[in-house]
Design a protein around this ligand. Structure first.
Ligand code: SF4
Length: 174
């Protein structure tokens, strides 16, 4: 059973002050999200943690259903351009990875992070899972797991539409 107060203190240490506890069954997964990844996203086939290197959509749903509690983190940060956002997401995702490690160490071995945006830990992504240069650190984004981030965030009272659904991360817990 998760000690939510202790976890909340950990979240705050890592800058995740705006979050909600969620039932993963409420996370919206949709085929159209994968369609958008496949047609129109420049990370498709070029990022080792993005489609087609993530599970099929029905397996994404199954995976979420193996969890009974998760957290959604919102980061209300504005950027002047894509480069600025990319620098911020890299830094934030590295912090979130440390948080995931602490949560695992605190007795939640199933804990699994979904990054804000595509993995950009390395300057040049290896493009394949087997070639991944930081195989222990790479995580998919919520969108890469076919999650409709805007609809999910809205279910938990966030202004997903206005945020563009972009600056959210998920921590699957147990
Ligand atoms: S860790 Fe590096 S190689 Fe692996 S998915 Fe992320 S950016 Fe690509």
């Amino acid at each position: 059973m998760a000690d939510q107060n202790a976890l909340q203190r950990l979240f705050q240490q890592y800058g995740c002050r705006d979050f909600r506890w969620i039932d993963p069954a409420e996370i919206v997964v949709a085929q159209w999200v994968r369609l958008k990844c496949t047609f129109g996203c420049e990370s498709y086939g070029r990022n080792a943690a993005c489609p087609p290197n993530t599970p099929p959509v029905h397996e994404c749903r199954q995976l979420l259903d193996e969890y009974r509690i998760a957290a959604i983190f919102r980061f209300p940060v504005a950027f002047n351009d894509a480069d600025e956002r990319s620098g911020w997401t890299r830094k934030m995702n590295l912090e979130l990875l440390k948080l995931e490690g602490e949560v695992i160490a605190a007795g939640h071995p199933k804990a699994f992070l979904l990054f804000v945006d595509s993995c950009n830990i390395c300057k040049d992504c290896a493009k394949t899972r087997t070639g991944c240069r930081n195989i222990r650190m790479a995580r998919p984004s919520a969108q890469g797991m076919a999650i409709d981030v805007i609809a999910t965030a809205a279910r938990f009272g966030y202004p997903g539409e206005q945020d563009g659904g972009r600056n959210y991360s998920f921590l699957l817990l147990e």
